[in-house]
Design a protein around this ligand. Structure first.
Ligand code: ARG
Length: 455
């Protein structure tokens, strides 16, 4: 395709290092779509004849069918998906195929194909994340009243509800979706027609191709159009943040599934046994989701390092943009699907969660707040009095709610039996009615709003 000025073909290793077809064949559908939009525009602008445009367009349709049926043949001599498709087109329709590349270059071609691919990838991720959100909502609603220990420092802090905890995960995913949506909106400008770097002298209509390919507008600077890979990095940043969230959820499920916690029973479908320890049930699915976050953020780092310091406009380094995006996308899609399956089918041991919430003096803050409200103590003093009550409960081997009133009064005379109404875990969570608090009524309100938004 470019051999005119060369006397010799490339060395074998040159051929190998130069070829992107082993991985960029994944862009075939986007490549054909963009080529069809390009040739339709060339015909509309009378840059190629209607007959030639039809032959090219029909040939591209046939190639799409072949790729669909048999996959893309990998021939390193053809370098990349763009040259492979054009070569096949020439086999099918002869020299007319050569007119397709009028007023474009592989530089704007690959920038366009890849943008469309990343845009499609975002749409797929969005669909997956919506599925995960629905699963979280369903489980949160089921467990809006289920009391569990809330943690800080992974130490029992205050009782919360499981529904509230699952809705915290929902919020993380909601923001992740926002990042993908932002990235998609920002990248939705069409580089096609920037040609090699400087634009073209042919009377092309970039607005027409942009529109045909679903972009908001053509890009405004040809140099930037062929050098910009921000869109891929934006995708990887959003993917990385999402993977970090999925890994934090995974970590909680791993902890919850451990015997000392026993908060969840893992579903058969999302766990594995051990070949040597028959009693084992391992949380492999979420361990791998947790692990994949490392690889996904590695892909982000890879592409950032590739792009760092590259002068304008195109450099071949940029061919390396695709493998990390493909890898991260595959890992993220799998992670989202696995997390969704896990959330849908895990068994929550709410009895066990409640027992632990009751045992950890998790209502100590409620006692302190009661002393402030009902006995008029400054919070710092109430904190101190409560600390002594916890100490007494520990000595007696009782929960705070079970410590006899006489013991509490020995610590502070102003305590009376009304205090017991705030010392149960149910009273504690029910009292947290501030917006976004863990009170079941609040959690249900957030779930109702979230359902409305998802509908
Ligand atoms: N396969 C190349 C890539 O992915 C296409 C662009 C090639 N452009 C060039 N000037 N050699 O980056």
């Amino acid at each position: 395709m470019w051999g005119g000025r060369f006397a010799e073909g490339p060395a074998a290793v040159m051929r190998e290092i130069n070829a992107s077809i082993p991985f960029d064949k994944r862009l075939w559908a986007q490549d054909i779509r963009a080529s069809k939009a390009h040739v339709a525009m060339l015909a509309a602008q009378a840059i190629v004849s209607p007959d030639d445009a039809k032959a090219i367009s029909d040939g591209l349709d046939q190639i799409a069918e072949e790729y669909e049926a048999n996959g893309v043949p990998v021939d390193l001599a053809l370098e990349d998906i763009h040259m492979a498709t054009e070569a096949r087109l020439a086999e099918l329709i002869g020299p007319t195929a050569g007119r397709l590349h009028t007023a474009r270059s592989r530089n704007d071609q690959v920038a366009t194909d890849f943008r469309i691919w990343v845009r499609d990838a975002i749409d797929a991720v969005e669909a997956g994340l919506i599925g995960l959100q629905r699963a979280l909502l369903a489980r949160a609603e089921e467990n809006a009243d289920a009391v569990m220990p809330g943690f800080t420092h992974l130490q029992s802090a205050q009782p919360v509800t499981l529904g509230h905890h699952l809705m915290a995960w929902f919020e993380m995913i909601r923001r992740d979706r926002g990042r993908f949506v932002d990235a998609r909106a920002r990248m939705n400008e069409c580089p096609l027609g920037a040609a090699a770097l400087a634009g073209t002298g042919f009377p092309i209509d970039r607005h027409a191709t942009a529109k045909a390919l679903g972009f908001d507008k053509p890009t405004d600077n040809s140099l930037d159009s062929v050098s910009d890979r921000d869109f891929a990095i934006d995708y990887l940043m959003a993917a990385s943040q999402c993977a970090l969230h999925l890994s934090r959820m995974s970590e909680e499920i791993v902890i919850w599934a451990s015997q000392p916690f026993g908060f969840v029973a893992l579903p058969d479908q999302w766990s594995t046994g051990s070949s040597i320890m028959p009693q084992k049930r391992n949380p492999d699915a979420v361990e791998l989701v947790r692990g994949h976050a490392g690889r996904i953020t590695g892909c982000l780092n890879a592409l950032m390092m590739t792009m760092k310091g590259l002068p304008l406009a195109y450099s071949k380094d940029m061919q390396d943009d695709k493998p990390p995006v493909f890898e991260a996308h595959d890992l993220l899609a799998l992670s989202i699907a696995a997390m969704t399956g896990m959330v849908e089918s895990v068994t929550f041991r709410t009895d066990r969660m409640r027992a632990l919430a009751e045992s950890g003096f998790a209502t100590a803050t409620d006692l302190a707040d009661w002393l402030v409200r009902e006995a008029g103590l400054p919070f710092r003093e109430a904190h101190h009095v409560t600390g002594r009550a916890v100490k007494r409960a520990e000595e007696l081997g009782l929960t705070l709610a079970a410590v006899p009133l006489s013991d509490l009064q020995a610590i502070h005379a102003s305590i009376d039996d009304r205090v017991f109404s705030v010392l149960t875990v149910d009273a504690s969570v029910a009292s947290r009615i501030s917006h976004g608090g863990t009170a079941p009524a609040q959690v249900r309100a957030r779930i109702a709003e979230a359902k409305e938004v998802l509908r």
